[in-house]
Ligand binder design. Structure first.
Ligand code: TYM
Length: 329
């Protein structure tokens, strides 16, 4: 039986966070054994907001190395850079011409990122059409993402239907793969905002590469409430519920088990336990990360990934262009 295809990506626009790991990356690792997987670093998406060239290069390599450190095995899954496969930009343009302004205007991520800005780049606006191209180029069946990408995935599905309706059956209609626990990890300083690598307050997130003592400090300072009961109640106790979700995702214990473990103990021991669980998860990953960066293997792995991804992308793009009426030479 042919394996279902999985595709996903992460932006190299800052330090990847525990939110990125729990919401997406750890599912990449799980899916690689049973699916035909493509994981990319979406460096074309990163420049929808200004990036310093030196920082972009470093962060791109860093995200790729984190994929490997988290356990993605290049002999099982294809790891590549979005910018190294020119088909992304090309199909991105073709799909942009099928996208309506109103659809992009409704995107909450665009609204959030453009709010209060004097000038907003066009790329930030058309970003979701490029994301649709990323997914449809590989005819992905499943797209593991966090909750914040649901709306972009819906648009991808709409564009696939629209293309198929207008030019004949071409694209598969992809499904999201969104975890039950941890699809939306919130900030440590404000449980109404998602944990984000672009938050200027580094205390609001745990970066995957934060040193153990930094992790301990950030968790001990995480906002809670004036109560002392460790209880999952997102409406009345959003901060504690967020920490419980992180705890559960990181240890694979159920929320109920964790509640029972800390019953009657207050927040201190709970936060300490959480900090140690996060350190236990990230410390070995950080050691592997260091080894990978030092090994010099990254370039080769990304080049091999590019070869495999390009082959697939070229095939789809050829079919798309021919169906749209382009002269194929
Ligand atoms: P990005 O780089 O913002 O985030 C990468 C992945 O991490 C998930 N995520 C979270 N999950 C739970 N809690 C959080 N606080 C949290 N923050 C981020 C995101 O949902 C995402 O899955 N547009 C995408 C990148 C992209 C892409 C694609 C994804 C471009 N093309 C094609 C899938 C398929 C983005 O900005 O992700």
């Amino acid at each position: 039986m042919t394996k279902l295809r999985v595709l996903s990506g992460m932006q190299p626009s800052g330090q990847p966070t525990l939110g990125n790991y729990i919401g997406a990356m750890r599912n990449y690792v799980k899916l690689q054994h049973t699916h035909d997987c493509y994981f990319m670093v979406v460096d074309l998406h990163a420049i929808t907001v200004p990036q310093d060239p030196g920082a972009l290069k470093e962060q791109t390599e860093s995200v790729a190395a984190l994929y490997l450190a988290a356990g993605i095995d290049p002999s099982q899954a294809t790891i590549f850079l979005q910018s190294s496969v020119s088909g992304h930009a090309e199909l991105g343009w073709l799909l942009t011409t099928l996208t309506y302004m109103g659809e992009l205007e409704r995107m909450t991520q665009f609204k959030d990122k453009s709010e209060g800005k004097e000038s907003v780049g066009v790329g930030l606006f058309t970003y979701p059409s490029l994301m649709a191209a990323d997914i449809l180029l590989y005819n992905a069946d499943l797209v593991p993402v966090g909750d914040d990408q649901k709306q972009h995935l819906e648009l991808t599905r709409d564009l696939a239907h629209r293309f198929n309706g207008r030019f004949g059956d071409t694209f598969k209609i992809p499904q999201g793969y969104i975890p039950e626990v941890g699809a939306r990890i919130m900030s440590l300083d404000d449980a109404s905002k998602k944990m984000s690598k672009s938050n200027p307050n580094a205390g609001s997130y745990i970066a995957m590469l934060d040193a153990p003592d930094v992790i301990r400090k950030k968790i001990s300072r995480a906002v809670t409430d004036s109560g002392r009961e460790v209880k999952f109640d997102p409406v009345n106790k959003p901060e504690v519920s967020n920490l419980l979700s992180i705890y559960s995702a990181v240890t694979d214990q159920s929320v109920e088990e964790i509640e029972a473990m800390y019953a009657g103990q207050g927040y201190g021991p709970f936060k300490k336990g959480l900090a140690e669980a996060v350190v236990a998860l990230l410390e070995p990953l950080q050691q592997k990360y260091k080894d990978i960066r030092e090994s010099g293997d990254l370039q080769r792995i990304l080049r091999e990934g590019r070869e495999k991804a390009s082959e697939q992308a070229e095939r789809t793009l050829g079919e798309v262009k021919s169906k749209m009426g382009y002269v194929i030479l």
